[in-house]
Design a binder for this molecule. Structure first.
Ligand code: NAD
Length: 398
């Protein structure tokens, strides 16, 4: 079979010779009891850089020894890109949300042999799920592999925005010592109202991680959490997103991108937020309206916006979120720490092993199967497509 894999660029200075840490901590299972990805074999050392082209997700030996063709490329955007040349006869495509190959309806149409799209990570909105459903292409992701990595990033971003870390760090780098400038936007998080839109694996973990800061915790989700979890965390459940945003000082967004959540944080919803609130969005860029966020930061309706997700990706060099005031953006990195890479590389191999053997892929990994939403897809997504506008990714210049 032909496996097409789209990965992000290697480091500018080439692949690192050594890792900063000798070993990664060994984790036995996820907090809900789900087992870690469990492939039969592994051809990398956990902690190695795997998500870039030369890292190859540690898959080449396994695939070639089993007689498969393995194409790895970072050329994914614009007419004539490498990925488009290979999609026409690929059987399986692997892509990471950090550097997504937008598997649009047009691409699905020309991919005559395509059977499965694997997301090396979580969040399969870069695939036109409606087109996958209609063309009987299975879509799978490595559920839980980086959920807790993202929750750590969320906590980092909440603290760094509320305390105004970026500004203080910049002052030091510039050789300064103006304490008043450094603290004129700096607060304690203690006592604040923190709310998550969606309390799935990431949202719930972010709530758990924020609890020791003695804050008031809120959530909105289309599925209510068990009573004992609400009680343990002293959670306030909101029936609507409006009710949550009216009260919260910090709103963190943790739902998947699908037609119900696309453009959810538009000018109207942002205007209903508490004046001067902060948003942390590590879910997907398209859940927030690009222009509305910038306007709200300029007017002071929002005091800060941070996150690691943009639309499209890579974000064009002139994307207005790169230069808006009081932002704490990173590139899409929260779910691709070296720790997370080891888990999702294992997970992709587990999925491939199951696929080649004809044994079932874990239900938790399924998004679309046999022409309908399945597994986590049925729980967390709705039908439809959210890939429109992807072409702009070709405007990014290295
Ligand atoms: P999950 O499936 O465990 O949780 C998703 C939650 O969203 C579920 O509880 C679901 O009920 C809720 N939800 C779905 N639609 C909703 C709606 N319309 N309104 C309210 N709630 C809704 O997934 P997860 O592991 O928590 O990941 C969530 C999302 O985070 C992913 O789909 C992905 O987009 C994003 N993510 C980002 C990164 C990153 O690196 N930044 C990494 C992993 C995941």
């Amino acid at each position: 079979m032909k496996v097409l894999c789209i990965l992000y660029d290697d480091p500018k200075e080439g692949m690192p010779k050594n890792s900063p840490l000798k070993n990664l901590p060994k984790l036995d299972k996820y907090p809900d009891g789900m087992t870690m990805p469990s492939p039969k074999g592994r051809d990398f050392i956990p902690g190695q850089l795997l998500g870039c082209v030369s890292g190859e997700l540690g898959l080449r030996k396994f695939l070639e020894e089993n007689g498969h063709e393995f194409i790895v490329t970072n050329s994914k955007d614009g007419e004539g890109c490498e990925a488009d040349k290979h999609i026409v006869d690929a059987d399986i495509v692997i892509s990471q949300p950090f550097f997504p190959y937008y598997l649009t309806r047009q691409r699905i149409k020309i991919a005559k042999n395509l059977k499965m799209a694997i997301t090396a990570g979580i969040g399969s909105d870069h695939v036109d799920l409606q087109a996958a459903i209609e063309n009987n292409i299975d879509v799978v992701e490595v559920t839980f592999c980086n959920s807790r990595s993202v929750a750590e990033h969320i906590v980092m971003m909440i603290l760094s925005m509320i305390r105004d870390y970026h500004n203080q760090h910049r002052i030091v780098n510039e050789g300064g010592w103006n304490i008043a400038d450094a603290v004129k936007r700096s607060y304690d998080v203690e006592g604040m109202h923190i709310g998550t839109v969606a309390a799935g694996r990431i949202g719930l973990d972010a709530l758990r991680k924020m609890k020791p800061f003695d804050v008031h915790l809120h959530y909105f989700d289309r599925h209510r959490l068990p009573k004992n979890v609400e009680k343990d965390l002293n959670l306030t459940f909101h029936e609507s997103v409006e009710s949550l945003v009216e009260i919260c000082d910090v709103v963190t967004i943790n739902c998947p991108l699908h037609p119900e959540t696309e453009n959810l944080f538009d000018e109207k919803l942002i205007s209903k937020m508490k004046k001067g609130a902060y948003i942390v969005n590590t879910a997907r860029g398209k859940i927030c309206n690009r222009e509305a966020v910038v306007e709200a930061l300029k007017s002071g309706q929002l005091s800060g916006y941070a996150g690691d997700v943009w639309f499209p990706q890579p974000a064009p060099n002139d994307h207005i979120w790169r230069t808006m005031p009081n932002h704490g953006m990173t590139p899409h990195t929260s779910g691709t720490s070296l720790s997370a890479q080891a888990r999702y590389a294992d997970g992709v191999r587990e999925i491939l092993e199951c696929f080649f053997e004809g044994s079932p892929i874990r239900n938790e990994y399924l998004i679309v199967q046999n022409g309908k939403l399945a597994g986590m897809g049925a729980h967390s997504y709705s039908k439809g497509s959210s890939t429109s506008g992807f072409e702009e990714a070709a405007n990014y210049k290295k």
